[in-house]
Design a protein around this ligand. Sequence first.
Ligand code: ADP
Ligand code: ASP
Ligand code: MG
Length: 408
Amino acid sequence: MALIVQKYGGTSVGNTERIRNVARRVAGYRAQGDQVVVVVSAMSGVTDNLIKLAREIVPLPSDREMDMLLATGEQTTIALTAMALHALDLPAISLTGAQAGIVTDGVHSKAKIRNITPQRIHELLNAGNVVIVAGFQGQTHEGHITTLGRGGSDLTAIALAAALEADLCQIYTDVDGVYTADPRVVKNARKLPEVAYDEMLELASLGAKVMQSRSVEFAKKFGVVFEVRSSLNDNPGTIVKEETESMENVVIRGVTLDKNQAKVTLVAVPDKPGAASRIFKALAALNLNVDMIVQTSSHGSGAKATDISFTLDKPDLPKARKTLDALQQEIGFTEAIADEGIGKLSIVGVGMRSHSGVAARMFETLASNSINIDMISTSEIKISVVIDLDRGEDAMRVVHDAFLGAGA
Ligand code: ADP
Ligand code: ASP
Ligand code: MG
């Protein structure tokens, strides 16, 4: 008998037939004697729709009320999934994040899990129930409902697997596993049998939305091995786990494109100590995720000035703009220009540590396809470039072909 945590994403519970399908799969594991905790997302499109509704009322809704609203998506699915299990004569009970003992900090829309008290789930499992937990949500000590960031049901599943000391953690989605690139964009992308935590973390934070990056961080920290697989078939998926020696033999594990980034350029920032610190401190106070930062060398005669560009998540742009507008006079830059027409293309692989010439090959591939590079950033296991969004998918395909195509 094993304790299994299974997470089903939006498409996997996208209609009532799919929810019945989930119930049948769970019943299969129960029939083998396993205990099953099921984490579900909102039905596909529901969260986006709720966000749209809120914005029809007010452009910058209150974070607390936004979480109250978004948490309803998952609450619908847990009840329907429990009903689908009842229809198969299986005892099942649904729990909200709070009822499941998930306590978070108070950072609405991006809350971090502080702790999980899993006693109630264990009791319900031991009494013979399938326990169905709403993904993506928790509750603060003070009783406010919070959400864990987009894609956060992955985090609920991984965190529950750690807290329950589960034997198996399965992330069911609408593709067969983690691929060398998004299989919807790159037709010859290949399914990866295994991926190291650090690679999955980079892939996820650089745009491979198949896993939420914070969930991978959590899995690495607590050593939760998990499998990404399809809810529509029984094919083996991708195992995400600690790095092994043989993983370094492969130079590049995958290619990603993040279309969800925007670039902000602050023009003519006075070149004196403290300017950058004040700007980025103000953005950090909003919990904004600022990424690539590039500062040009000083220009102008007399009082010197520099331009500072950085990237951030597109949905955070209105908040950033409000703060930057407020800082403009105080700091003395002439304008803040936002560009939403960018894409961040990245290649990722632990093999980069032991192979040289990878960046040169990536840049050469882009150049020979007349794709201009706007910004560059690298780490030990990844190289990212900012390019024109219009050329993003082309760039993804040519770079994938160069490193991971049939002839590579
Ligand atoms: P879920 O609703 O199950 O959480 P998501 O839509 O969040 O599913 O993630 C699955 C999607 O991620 C796939 O449909 C696929 O298009 C996309 N994706 C992007 N990059 C990759 C990749 N490298 N491997 C697999 N899927 C990817
Ligand atoms: N429903 C939430 C979202 O769409 C969480 C999730 O699906 O994981 O982001
Ligand atoms: Mg997801």
